[in-house]
Design a binder for this molecule. Structure first.
Ligand SMILES: Cc1cc2nc3c(=O)[nH]c(=O)nc-3n(C[C@H](O)[C@H](O)[C@H](O)COP(=O)(O)OP(=O)(O)OC[C@H]3O[C@@H](n4cnc5c(N)ncnc54)[C@H](O)[C@@H]3O)c2cc1C
Length: 415
């Protein structure tokens, strides 16, 4: 007979760790944490630069140091941890949910009342962005290159082109330079950099690494190993401009071209996803539209600060142990918003501290964010500057606001 747990958490990164710790704090709750890798910590294991935990701990920790604090805390709880265990299937069953995972003992089945999905995200690859050319070695996603350098101690190349100026691309540009590679340049299709301003300075300017905006890699060349890449300028719709091609000799192309929430298991459970975030649609408790299924961390939406990943894990873990009969109202977006999470509010839950994350759709200045219910303003804040790479977080107190029939609207507009 399958073993039964109240809560199963899938993924042992910062989101899953925080969710499991929080859930275990309720007396008598049985929690199983399933992680496919050999160690807990998720992607933080390979992020050896500092800057993690400033919001939560007021310190600049490395990724492994940040993860270690939660791993130590987890060891003090009664959470059962199953490492080297890959969840392959989930579905609703007679006892809540049936979960199948593969581990060194073979295929295992457990049942549970609630599921917390903390599966992180995956990287976009060369195929996902349609780079043509030879099928040679030397083309890596940034995560794979980071894993080679920081975990395996192997250099992915000596002359490196980086495509994508998001934080991961910038951090890899610095990391590979520090390890002795020549980073020829960071190329970015957009007219503005995608990473945090501090990373542009600390990772590129401080190391004299050029940043080429409105440019992309359109082709790779190499018989066995990468020998060169073709760079093209792009127009305002990010289409390559004919006649602008140049060739850059290199033996390594690092692709830092975006992360996509990992939601194969969510799809299997029939969890509706948000086209804007590519993660689940959730309420303020991180519960998806499928009752009993929660999502947090990068599986929910791509975060730039791990502190908020842990925060959403705690929200999911705390809520999953509570019983609630939900009544959901939709949150409608207006104006220049890329996305906002949560996309629903449960009016039967606590509304005194609703945490909402959002991103602006463009680089904007002098903006006003307004949250209104039934046409009445419930929250307003003015922002001098908003950048799409920098996620914003607000806390709403909606106690006493009548949400029963009122539509909740979040609007970003010129001040
Ligand atoms: C390549 C890469 C580099 C990054 N570098 C930085 C950085 O330098 N600085 C920064 O601030 N942020 C960085 N981030 C962002 C970082 O991902 C988040 O801050 C945070 O680590 C996300 O936490 P998470 O728990 O949601 O996901 P993750 O840390 O990705 O953890 C998800 C966990 O789920 C497990 N998992 C997934 N599917 C299954 C399954 N089916 N069965 C069992 N286990 C499963 C995975 O093995 C993994 O351990 C990076 C992200 C990526 C992808």
């Amino acid at each position: 007979m399958s073993k039964h747990y109240q809560i199963v958490v899938v993924g042992g990164g910062p989101a899953g760790l925080a969710a499991a710790i929080k859930a275990s704090q309720s007396a008598g709750v049985s929690v199983l944490l399933i992680e496919r890798e050999a160690r807990l910590g998720g992607i933080l294991k390979q992020c050896i630069h500092d800057g993690f935990g400033v919001v939560r701990f007021g310190e600049k920790l490395s990724g492994p140091e940040y993860a270690e604090r939660f791993i130590k805390q987890l060891a003090q709880t009664g959470v059962t941890v199953s490492l080297f265990s890959y969840v392959t299937r989930m579905r609703r069953g007679d006892k809540g949910f049936d979960i199948t995972y593969v581990c060194k003992d073979g295929v295992q089945n457990v049942t549970c009342d609630k599921i917390i999905l903390a599966t992180g995200c995956r990287e976009r690859t060369r195929n996902a962005i349609f780079i043509n050319g030879d099928r040679c070695a030397g083309v890596y996603t940034a995560g794979a290159a980071q894993n080679l350098v920081n975990i395996l101690g192997v250099m992915p190349g000596k002359r490196v082109v980086i495509l994508g100026s998001g934080d991961i691309g910038l951090i890899m540009a610095r990391r590979l330079t520090l390890e002795g590679a020549k980073v020829i340049g960071v190329y970015e299709a957009k007219p503005t950099p995608s990473g945090l301003t501090r990373n542009i300075h600390q990772c590129l300017h401080d190391f004299d690494i050029p940043l080429h905006l409105s440019s992309t890699v359109t082709r790779v060349f190499g018989t066995n190993r990468l020998e060169s890449v073709e760079i093209s300028k792009v127009d305002d719709k990010m289409r390559p401009i004919e006649g602008t091609q140049t060739t850059v000799e290199c033996d390594c192309l690092v692709l830092a071209v975006g992360l996509i929430p990992e939601n194969e298991l969510a799809r299997e459970l029939g969890v509706p996803l948000d086209n804007r975030t590519k993660g689940a649609i959730v309420d303020q408790n991180c519960q998806t539209l499928a009752d009993g299924v929660y999502a947090c961390g990068n599986a929910l939406h791509v975060n730039d600060l791990v502190d908020y990943v842990s925060e959403s894990g705690e929200t999911a873990g705390g809520a999953a142990v509570a019983e609630s009969k939900r009544k959901l109202v939709p949150v409608t977006l207006q104006g220049k918003l890329l996305y906002a999470v949560p996309q629903r509010l449960d009016v039967n839950s606590d509304l005194s501290k609703v945490i909402m994350y959002f991103r602006a759709s463009d680089e904007l200045s002098q903006q006003r964010l307004t949250v209104s219910v039934g046409g009445k303003t419930a929250f307003t804040k003015v922002y001098n500057k908003l950048l799409p790479p920098e996620m914003e977080r607000i806390t709403l107190d909606l106690t006493g606001v009548d949400l029963t029939d009122g539509e909740v609207t979040v609007k970003l507009e010129d001040k």
